[in-house]
Structure formats: structure tokens, C-alpha cells
Design a protein around this ligand. Structure first.
Ligand SMILES: [Zn+2]
Length: 55
């Protein structure tokens, strides 16, 4: 019987200006994924790399 996946709410933080632009949930079973996403940054008004930041 598989355990329920452990999910946690995290922020997606812009790597360039440090703004916390998005909230999402990730599966943290076996560690937080090292994930980088190209997202639109409101402050810079362009797409930039965002990384997961735990609270
Ligand atoms: Zn930014």
C-alpha cells in the first residue's frame, strides 16, 4: 500500500531579482525537486528563471 504523497506549498522565486512570483505545490517525498522554470517576472516584465523556495 503506497503512502500518500507528501506535498508542500512552495514559492517560485525569480533568480534574477528575488521576487516571489508564483505559488505551487510540489511532491517533497525524497527531497524537494531541483527544478528551474522559465516564468514571467512581473517586476522585470520579462521571462526569467525561477527556482523553488520553501517557506
Ligand atoms: Zn525577476
Amino acid at each position: 500500500m503506497a503512502k500518500a504523497a507528501k506535498r508542500e506549498y512552495v514559492w517560485l522565486q525569480c533568480k534574477e531579482c528575488g521576487d516571489l512570483n508564483y505559488r505551487t505545490s510540489v511532491n517533497v517525498m525524497g527531497g524537494v525537486p531541483k527544478l528551474e522554470l522559465r516564468k514571467f517576472c512581473k517586476r522585470e516584465r520579462k521571462h526569467s528563471a525561477h527556482k523553488i523556495k520553501r517557506k
